[in-house]
Design a protein around this ligand. Structure first.
Ligand SMILES: CC(C)(COP(=O)(O)OP(=O)(O)OC[C@H]1O[C@@H](n2cnc3c(N)ncnc32)[C@H](O)[C@@H]1OP(=O)(O)O)[C@@H](O)C(=O)NCCC(=O)NCCS
Length: 193
């Protein structure tokens, strides 16, 4: 059977673009929702309860205004202007691991998950890293976060473990890595189902 070609540009239902400062409130909303979905039992409940979309929006606005060499932020936007996911990447932060780039964040709104948005954002982050000459990447995930299965299904392999101590809590984490971003199979349509 002849494989159907992977479309070279997204259909109008989802657009991937660089984030702007004005996206900060929507990014913050997805970020807070993502933490409250993914981290119960992994980080203290008080931390999750105290997360404030307004405070996060202010922090994201500052980060987006500074966006550039250190961090690039990508959003997935529906045709109606609603942002349904975002991610950020840059040079790997202090690490003894060989991967040059790092995925810092990746969050998809709960009602938009399992529709291919995470994959589409991740692939755009890979392209962003490749454009900057960073041909390999890693991502740190809390060890109990089911997102680790997502990264495995995106071709990453488990490469390291560490435990951070924050909020009086041990936070075991696992790193997943891609040794060559150019070789990550992209045989699926990256656009949402
Ligand atoms: C992890 C996350 C970004 C995945 O985004 P998504 O849009 O739901 O994922 P996609 O629909 O693009 O999934 C792509 C593939 O990964 C698989 N997948 C996604 N999440 C998975 C999970 N938790 N367990 C197993 N497989 C998963 C999908 O089934 C799909 O498989 P396919 O290629 O066979 O179709 C999203 O679930 C999320 O935002 N979670 C909460 C926040 C979080 O934990 N972020 C990561 C912080 S490091």
């Amino acid at each position: 059977m002849i494989p159907s070609p992977v479309p070279s540009s997204p259909p109008p239902l989802l657009r991937l673009r660089s984030a702007r400062v004005t996206d900060a409130p929507l990014i913050a909303e997805i970020y807070v929702e993502g933490w409250r979905q993914a981290y119960p039992g992994l980080v203290p409940n008080t931390v999750l309860l105290q997360l404030s979309p307004n405070a996060q929006a202010r922090q994201w606005a500052v980060a987006l205004a500074r966006q550039g060499v250190a961090e690039s932020v990508v959003v997935a936007e529906r045709a109606n202007g609603r942002i349904v996911g975002f991610g950020s990447c840059g040079e790997a932060r202090a690490t003894r691991l060989p991967q040059a780039g790092e995925i810092f964040t990746l969050y998809v709104a709960s009602d938009a998950q399992e529709q291919g948005v995470g994959r589409a954002v991740l692939w755009r982050l890979f392209d962003t890293l490749l454009d900057r000459g960073l041909n390999s990447a890693l991502v740190w995930v809390l060890a109990g976060n089911p997102a680790r299965f997502f990264y495995e299904s995106m071709g990453a392999r488990r490469i390291a473990e560490r435990t951070e101590h924050l909020w009086n809590t041990d936070l075991p984490q696992v790193a997943f890595g891609w040794d060559d971003l150019r070789a990550v199979p992209r045989d699926r349509s990256p656009w949402p189902r």
